[in-house]
Design a protein around this ligand. Structure first.
Ligand code: SF4
Ligand code: FE
Length: 506
């Protein structure tokens, strides 16, 4: 697609990524055209839906760009208010509902917002010009309304060693060369969500760095079709069902997620696309702000949970027992868990605050609590949905058997549940639950819920850092009569999380 042609609809988006000649491998073969590949296409459809939602519900999924004055996807927007943070979450829930999977665009959104404030503060500390460069980059992205992916997670090698201590230095992405025009990077990023479906990628460090790791402290933007990039597509459970054709056994024919390993081999980043170059002491701030945004972006899973709750209620109806009290109770339990995820995510956004750059940042304590819930609650919701589906979900015959000239009538006769419910509909609903709890979209609903945006222990570390035990101990000491009432911390003295909790409206 020519640079200045702006993407508006899902169809525009699909056109824009057609014929790019990316170096993508799947099952040992180079993929000539991702949009034609039955395993990859559902992930492309999910990204396309982010644009189509913008057409159908512009207030929810688009904003007016302050840089171009034109309507752009909310995924490219910098949050200039608490409402902007909250609306990100509402858009994510809706897209989870519409796709039943990961729609892949939140990493780029969250990375852009984190970089907006971090580049500002880096410039303040070092007199660099990263913030203006980053705004120029954003302006370019807004003009075309592109998909920007974020590439953060390094493959990490030996987890006990720092980047510069690894035997193979490529186990963390690093600068391997530089000239007057820019730098060259090598290394690999693991499980990169939506990378093949993006137009540009923001490459960032994955963790706190020390001076010895200076050459790993690099942030830059590269076009997805830049030279020296190889994508090795991650396979998903039951992915081969997409190669079988048919419309039942996949469970969700339309939408899926996407993760791939991205390998950089001396990939060039031009000077104007570099937003950190050696400022290792800002790597931790970038990672922490990014994860604050991203861990509450996981309210996407409450949208996916809505679909699974609906599927569980539907299968109970198809089985003829919608009114059984234990069924109702299980649906209530699923909803309670699902709304807990949403509640913590949205609370993190509502308790956001303005950074020096003017960009709003959400509350990191509640964001970590949200993501920590997400490492557990979808598993319980999935367990209950399997309980309501019954064992037939994993033992029923295939679509080909249902349509077989000799045994098809047997499948139809013995798969019948409540009279009047078509057997195909019951099988489709069972396959959807299988898809979301064991199949392709369980990758997103379950394992990505566990490890995406950091594994459970990463959230516990952040919660531990922010929990302000000294303050809480003082509360208890005063009430226990060990310290006088005058020893109470005043509201003015509060810092960190509790300063945000008790911040009064201006
Ligand atoms: Fe967005 Fe959720 Fe996918 Fe992450 S897992 S990119 S938050 S939809
Ligand atoms: Fe993710």
């Amino acid at each position: 697609m020519p640079q200045n042609q702006k993407i508006v609809s899902g169809a525009d988006y699909i056109k824009s990524i057609t014929g790019r000649n990316l170096n993508v491998y799947l099952f040992g073969d180079r993929v000539a055209e991702p949009i034609d590949h039955p395993i990859m296409r559902p992930s492309i459809n999910a990204v396309a839906e982010t644009y189509d939602l913008g057409v159908r519900a512009p207030e929810l999924a688009t904003v007016i760009s302050p840089f171009t004055g034109e309507r752009i996807s909310r995924f490219l927007a910098i949050c200039s208010s608490i409402d902007d943070l909250v609306l990100q979450n509402k858009m994510q829930r809706k897209l989870g509902q519409n796709t039943g999977t990961c729609f892949q665009r939140c990493v780029g959104m969250d990375a852009s917002n984190a970089l907006y404030s971090v580049t500002y503060e880096m410039d303040e500390a070092y007199g660099t010009n990263y913030h203006n460069r980053f705004k120029d980059f954003l302006t370019q992205m807004h003009r075309s309304n592109y998909v920007v992916g974020g590439a953060m997670t390094d493959v990490k090698g030996d987890r006990s060693l720092a980047p510069h201590q690894q035997v193979d230095q490529d186990l963390f992405v690093r600068i391997v060369d530089r000239d007057d025009e820019g730098i060259y990077i090598s290394g690999a990023k693991a499980h990169q969500t939506g990378c093949v479906n993006s137009h540009w990628m923001l490459v960032m460090p994955t963790m706190r760095l020390s001076e010895a790791d200076k050459e790993f402290a690099i942030v830059g933007a590269v076009p997805v079709d830049a030279q020296g990039i190889t994508y090795i597509y991650g396979r998903q459970s039951c992915d081969l069902r997409a190669m079988e054709g048919g419309s039942i056994d996949q469970g969700n024919n339309l939408y899926g997620g996407q993760e791939a390993m991205v390998v950089f081999n001396r990939t060039f980043i031009s000077n104007e696309m570099i937003f950190m170059d050696g400022e290792y002491d800002f790597a931790a701030m970038l990672v922490e702000r990014f994860t604050a945004y991203h861990r509450r972006s996981y309210v996407c899973k409450s949208g996916v949970g809505d679909v699974l709750i609906g599927a569980a209620a539907s299968i109970a109806e198809m089985n003829g027992i919608p009114k059984a009290s234990h069924i109702k109770d299980k649906l209530v339990e699923m909803t309670h868990l699902n709304e807990t995820i949403y509640a913590t995510g949205i609370a993190s956004s509502y308790q956001g605050y303005e950074t020096k750059s003017g960009c709003y940042l959400c509350d990191d304590m509640i964001s970590n609590v949200c993501k920590h819930h997400v490492t557990k609650m979808p598993y319980e919701i999935a367990r209950i949905s399997q309980d309501l589906a019954g064992g037939i979900m994993v033992t029923m015959p295939s679509e080909k058997d249902l349509n077989h000239p000799e045994i098809g009538h047997l499948v139809r006769k013995y798969m019948q549940a409540k009279d009047g419910v078509p057997v195909e509909d019951r099988m489709k609903m069972l396959r959807l639950i299988e898809n979301m709890t064991l199949g392709r979209n369980a990758v997103g609903y379950l394992t990505e819920s566990m490890h995406g945006a950091g594994s459970p222990q990463a959230q516990r570390i952040q919660i531990g850092r922010a929990m302000q035990l000294e303050y809480k101990k003082r509360l208890s000491r005063v009430l226990a009569g060990i310290e006088p009432e005058g020893a109470r911390t005043t509201l003015d003295e509060l810092t960190g999380y509790f300063a945000r909790v008790f911040a009064l409206p201006e």
